[in-house]
Design a protein around this ligand. Structure first.
Ligand code: NAD
Ligand code: MG
Length: 395
């Protein structure tokens, strides 16, 4: 039996993970489930999946969870805070850790899982954007495995040869073609974007996801974060990654080879496919996803991204090329700006402006010889700076 910890069990990826897990009761068991504040939902999941541990990041919510599960025989041990998250990411009875917390908040437990030599199923792209070098080194030095859950990166992983770690040029890869749906505003008049509401931004045309990543998809910052994520996962640079708008979200990404071949992975847009692939790898296991019907899809379209409509994508490419602390600053400023937009404190179009202003205000520093504490400090500084730009709407 493979023991699994699900970090962020109550979220969109967490729920899909538990759905796949429940289809294979003789293969996987849930050792630990975690959430931030939603004790009610985690309590339901504990009744259904019977984990040994349940963690609430918020200590008050942990107390509430204890009350909700008081009548449950063999109830899970309840832990709280980031220490609790790190503890369940490193337990000896845990083999795989699904890293599905949203934002840089996922970094510490994800890194802890890597340092403990686990198979890390990585949905939490922000942790690679903030601390790619640290996380990749932890994986390599501690015999851990890193399998991408992000649908594009999972597709690329499926289209690369097994020896891709020798270097993409070495194995005959010319470049990666990273597909993007273009989000809900791909064809809107640009002058209407300032009036976009959180509800409109969260109504993604092809994927159902958490609110933060839905807004990131609407600004295309999500694709920018994914460019940086792909650089770390596949040992390449931003100039070898081409973003391709593909509104149907059926091709999940492609790899272009020197001999003219292009390999693609296709499927219905349902995260249970990449989740099952990473949980089963190197085997293929059932995911519950409907088979792709090409006659129903009928056509596949492709467009070049418009960097005026999507300035966040341009900012992310610039941060990827700058390296050092720039991606961590980009990510922190984006998290603050997206939260402010969802709270209706700034208009949609200010998200990119806040990120650009924060990157301008904080010089890029080298990460040579730096560790986690320095990165967390950079993250905090960038959040404080971005918050000042949010409050000072006139700038
Ligand atoms: P979500 O908002 O639906 O769920 C987030 C989960 O993280 C919840 O369980 C929540 O309780 C937990 N969480 C939030 N803040 C926390 C904190 N401070 N400390 C501890 N736990 C916290 O998000 P999601 O859509 O499931 O996305 C999760 C991650 O996966 C993100 O990094 C996202 O970019 C990535 N991802 C998601 C999808 C998707 O289809 N949803 C696709 C690709 C990648
Ligand atoms: Mg993706």
């Amino acid at each position: 039996m493979i023991g699994l910890t699900v970090l962020g069990a109550t979220g969109s990826i967490g729920v899909s993970t538990l759905d796949v897990l429940a289809r294979h009761p003789s293969r996987f068991r849930a050792v630990a489930l975690t959430a931030n504040r939603d004790a009610e939902r985690l309590a339901e999941q504990c009744r259904r999946h019977r984990p040994r541990y349940a963690v609430m990041a918020d200590p008050q919510a942990a107390q509430h969870l204890g009350e909700l599960l008081a009548d449950l025989p063999d109830r899970p041990e309840i832990l709280a805070g980031v220490e609790g998250l790190e503890q369940v990411a490193t337990l000896p009875e845990v083999d795989y850790v699904m890293a599905a917390i949203v934002g840089a908040a996922g970094l510490r437990p994800t890194l802890a899982a890597a340092l403990a030599g686990k198979r890390v199923l990585l949905a939490n792209k922000e942790s690679l954007v903030v601390a790619g070098a640290l996380l990749m080194r932890a994986i390599a030095d501690h015999g851990a495995e890193l399998l991408p859950i992000d649908s594009e990166h999972n597709a690329i992983f499926q289209c690369l040869p097994p020896n891709f770690k020798q270097g993409l040029a070495q194995v005959g890869v010319r470049r990666i073609l990273l597909t993007a749906s273009g989000g809900p505003f791909r064809t809107w008049p640009i002058d209407q974007l300032a009036a976009v509401t959180p509800e409109q931004a969260c109504a993604h045309p092809t994927w159902e996801m958490g609110r933060k990543i839905s807004v990131d998809s609407a600004t295309m910052m999500n694709k920018g974060l994914e460019v940086i994520e792909a650089c770390w996962l596949f040992g390449t640079d931003a100039d070898h990654i081409q973003v391709v708008i593909h509104p149907q979200s059926v091709i999940h990404s492609l790899v272009q080879y020197e001999d003219g071949s292009v390999l693609a992975q296709l499927g219905n847009p349902d995260m249970r496919t990449p989740i099952a692939y990473a949980m089963g790898w190197p085997e293929r296991i059932a995911s519950g996803v409907n088979p792709l019907d090409l006659f129903a899809v009928a056509r596949l379209d492709f467009y070049e991204p418009d960097l005026e409509r999507f300035p966040c994508l341009r900012l992310a490419y610039e941060a990827a090329r700058a390296g050092g602390t720039a991606p961590a600053i980009l990510n922190a400023a984006n998290e603050i700006a997206v939260a402010a937009f969802l709270e209706r404190r700034i208009p949609f179009t200010r998200i990119a402006a806040v990120v650009a202003q924060t990157l301008d205000a904080l010089p890029t520093e080298s990460l040579d010889g730096q560790g986690l504490e320095f990165l967390l400090e950079v993250d905090q500084r960038a959040r404080a700076q971005a918050e000042r730009f949010v409050q000072d709407q006139g700038i």
